[in-house]
Design a protein around this ligand. Structure first.
Ligand code: A2P
Length: 345
């Protein structure tokens, strides 16, 4: 049977990872279309041992396409996802454009695959920092509901796309050659620095990235009462986001119980043996599918609290892999169809 898949933003950091994930997981596509801006039309991107010729994204790109996975920025998703749905194509969108739209489920397959049943043509992939945090917290939340989360992130430059990777690389090279680096992507130097500033500042003085972690957690856990507060920091790491997470649960969960819960949790790799200097690292998680959890400790300052350190490859589980897993679930649950093609027009 025919199954046509489009990757929108195929030349980007996440788009390339999407192609490699589709290939390595043997996604049953019969045709893959690589779409990007007119700047890249005619160039080639790798797909397994083959190459795909990149086509320009237009409103008509989705005729005959069954599933489109978007990672080309919020503006592109806002503009083109409705046209995809109009063509009868189901969209899995990695941008923040549709995440809080009530018509669009926000899905982490290990956490809330059931939400896919109510999709209307656009399914949103959560923010990278939210995904890895909730993969680790959901199994604990199922045992004793989480009342409050305090999180600080240490986020890699690949989250900014190819240009973020380039900026760190260039600045490090310039500094080692005695050249004063220029900041083009970030407002300050990222090399050998930490920037408590990801995405734009909002009226409440939090950044948009921080509020994504708050709002997306409430939507995915279907519980507006979980209190979340976040500080998001960009660090000079190429791949993998790290997070220091403190939670308060309704009932006491000991560190030992938490380890037992996480040892068998889907998508989680327990990585916690301090005596052997074993704890999750960006260098351990990079290139891996799992969300690594370690440094599990009871928070001795409150009755029912836990601390942990959560690390995952932001380009994989944080973006490309999660999106491909959503597409796999859509197939498995027989949900590759659009009910109302005009809903988003
Ligand atoms: P292009 O390479 O043609 O600019 P990254 O997040 O790594 O910066 O990648 C962004 C991706 O989104 C790239 O594939 C880029 O294509 C694509 N993109 C950006 N703007 C558009 C647009 N207006 N139409 C189609 N694709 C776009």
């Amino acid at each position: 049977e025919k199954l046509v898949v489009a990757v929108v933003g195929a030349t980007g950091a996440v788009g390339r990872e999407m192609l490699s994930t589709l290939y390595s997981r043997n996604f049953p596509a019969t045709t893959i279309k690589a779409l990007a801006s007119s700047r890249s039309a005619g160039t080639r991107v790798p797909y397994g041992d083959d190459e795909l010729v990149v086509e320009e994204l237009t409103e008509n790109s989705f005729e005959g396409v069954d599933i489109a996975i978007f990672s080309a920025g919020g503006g592109t998703s806002t503009q083109f996802a409705p046209h995809a749905v109009k063509s009868g194509c189901v969209v899995v969108d990695n941008s923040s454009a549709w995440r809080m739209d009530e018509r669009c489920p926000l899905v982490i397959p290990e956490v809330n695959a059931h939400a896919l049943k109510k999709h209307n043509g656009i399914i949103a992939n959560p923010n990278c920092s939210t995904i890895q945090m909730l993969v680790a917290l959901k199994p604990i939340h199922d045992v004793s509901p989480i009342k409050r989360v305090v999180v600080s992130t240490y986020q890699a430059v690949s989250g900014t796309g190819q240009k973020g990777i380039q900026e760190l690389e260039t600045q490090v090279r310039q500094l080692f050659n005695g050249i004063e680096p220029e900041n083009t992507v970030y407002p300050h130097r990222i090399a050998f620095n930490c920037l408590p500033h990801i995405d734009v500042f909002l009226d409440n003085d939090y950044t948009k990235e921080e509020m994504k972690m708050v709002n997306e957690t409430n939507k995915i856990f279907e519980d507006p009462n979980i209190k979340v507060t976040a500080t998001c920091v960009r660090v000079p790491v190429f791949y993998s986001h790290s997070e220091a997470v403190n939670i308060e649960t309704e009932k006491k969960i000991t560190a030992k119980e938490a380890r037992a819960i996480l040892a068998t949790a889907p998508g989680v790799q327990l990585y916690d043996n301090p005596k052997e200097n074993m704890y999750p690292l960006a260098t351990v998680a990079a290139g891996e599918d799992a969300t690594f959890v370690g440094r599990i400790r009871e928070d001795e300052s409150i009755a029912n609290g836990l601390n942990m350190w959560i690390v995952a490859d932001n380009v994989r589980k944080g973006a490309a892999l999660n999106a491909v897993q959503i597409a796999e679930k859509l197939l498995e649950m027989d949900l590759v169809c659009v009910k109302d093609k005009n809903l988003f027009m």
